[in-house]
Write a protein that binds this ligand. Structure first.
Ligand SMILES: Cc1cc2nc3c(=O)[nH]c(=O)nc-3n(C[C@H](O)[C@H](O)[C@H](O)COP(=O)(O)OP(=O)(O)OC[C@H]3O[C@@H](n4cnc5c(N)ncnc54)[C@H](O)[C@@H]3O)c2cc1C
Length: 400
């Protein structure tokens, strides 16, 4: 026998996608419950913790000392031969930002959901969906060994990269190996870094991805790597860590640091999925593969999509219509905000993963010495064309 309860909006997963969804559903008046399988929201952290400022303003999330570790003045892209392209605040504007404490950040978002009226249950795992008349009508969950059937007018699946909600609901969220980057990261204490910049190392040090050095404090940094799964031999384990260890060994300023945290995980780097809803359910954040395919950053899109999902869920609960057709409102909403950018960045990633170290060096050499007015793809391609026309041959249509 399982216990029964019912709510209007049920959110599975209290990461950024889930908490922002729940906050907006509750704020719009829906009886909302979030269930989270972990005992403590936000822990353990699985993130490089780098975020831009721009979208925080967009969502009305006030920067808070409680979850900010460090604010940077810009970013640097470093080629295999060491050419450094500096993206200052003047160039990148609000794309510059913070290195955060993801555990505190996630807890803050969950508290805001609770403040808006959402109920939060931790140590509660979704173990399957409840179906009624072919539609998703809730979730079966396990809490402290007990099964609970939670009936809901609408379910929001915000259960992250390893999402099962999508699969249970029959939404195809499968990924090709070329659309997955496996990640490994250390937080290193006692390193020598320039605290003004987050650094990105590109080229064969991280096949199909990059290495990041994100400043946590004056002498500490998150040093991590993403490597495209299709560039790793089938069955090879620990490849991302090996690439990262080899890189750190060649950088004495990092090698002198002590690891105080290790993280392994994966991100999707795919183009936008065709559909992330079914009757009675919407997927949000990593569960919906909404990560930026170029940077692997997913917190911003998770929150942006979460707001739309929460608002649409409350409306569906109010009108009693949570059909796939009604939930297209959510599909249209998130796609209007970031589908184009996601698609463009996926195209750019598809090209970048084919480039050699020599090409990265030439491109960065040109950009390192150029007086860029702003970060603009066409301007960048034009600058490269002046010195190395062969590198941008296939983009000629774009440039003219
Ligand atoms: C190594 C690494 C570095 C990254 N660095 C960055 C970065 O620097 N900047 C950035 O923007 N993004 C980064 N990302 C991506 C970012 O972490 C994700 O995009 C972001 O966490 C997505 O939020 P989410 O809410 O969709 O999913 P998550 O944050 O994964 O939250 C999902 C939640 O659902 C819960 N859950 C899962 N299954 C169930 C279940 N069955 N029942 C109940 N609860 C469940 C989980 O416990 C979790 O709390 C990184 C990812 C990795 C792996």
């Amino acid at each position: 026998m399982s216990a029964e309860r019912s709510v209007e909006v049920l959110v599975v997963g209290a990461g950024p996608a889930g908490s922002v969804s729940a906050r907006h559903a509750a704020r719009a008046g829906a009886r909302t419950l979030i269930i989270e399988k972990r005992q403590e929201i936000g822990s353990p952290v699985r993130c490089g913790e780098g975020i831009a400022r721009a979208w925080l303003e967009e969502l009305g999330i006030r920067p808070d000392k409680r979850w900010i570790s460090h604010e940077v003045k810009g970013a640097r892209i470093i080629s295999p031969a060491g050419h450094v392209v500096t993206l200052t605040e003047k160039l990148a504007g609000n794309e510059c930002g913070y290195v955060i404490k993801r555990d505190e950040f996630d807890r803050t978002l969950a508290e805001e959901a609770a403040d808006a009226g959402a109920e939060v249950m931790v140590k509660t795992s979704a173990v399957g969906v409840i179906r009624e008349g072919g539609r998703v009508a809730g979730v079966r969950a396990r809490h402290m060994g007990e099964l609970i059937d939670i009936h809901a007018k609408v379910v929001i699946g915000a259960d992250g990269f390893e999402s099962q909600l999508g699969r249970w609901a029959g939404i195809d969220t499968s990924l090709k190996p070329s659309d997955i980057n496996v990640c490994f990261e250390y937080t290193l204490k006692g390193v020598d870094i320039n605290p003004d910049f987050n650094d990105f190392y590109i080229g064969s040090c991280a096949p199909g991805g990059y290495i990041w050095v994100f400043v946590k404090g004056p002498d500490s940094a998150n040093v991590g790597i993403g490597v495209q799964l299709s560039k790793i031999r089938p069955g090879e384990r620990g490849a991302a860590k090996r690439y990262l260890d080899a890189f750190i060994a060649k950088h004495p300023e990092l090698a002198k640091g002590s690891p105080i945290r290790e993280i392994a995980g994966a991100v999707s780097c795919c183009q936008p999925l065709e559909s992330v809803v079914a009757d009675g359910i919407m997927l949000v954040g990593d569960a919906a593969r909404q990560i930026d395919p170029l940077t692997g950053g997913g917190v911003a899109n998770a929150c942006r999509a979460g707001r739309v999902a929460g608002e649409v869920a409350a409306e569906a609960a109010r009108t009693g219509d949570a059909s796939r057709q009604f939930l297209q409102k959510y599909e249209r909403g998130w796609r209007r905000i970031f589908e184009d950018q996601m698609y463009r960045n996926w195209m750019a990633k598809e090209k970048l993963v084919t480039l050699s170290d020599e090409t990265f060096d030439k491109a960065c050499e040109v950009l390192a010495s150029a007086e860029l007015e702003r970060v603009n793809t066409i301007e960048i391609l034009r600058l490269i064309q002046k010195k190395y026309p062969e590198l941008v041959k296939e983009f000629e249509d774009l440039i003219h």
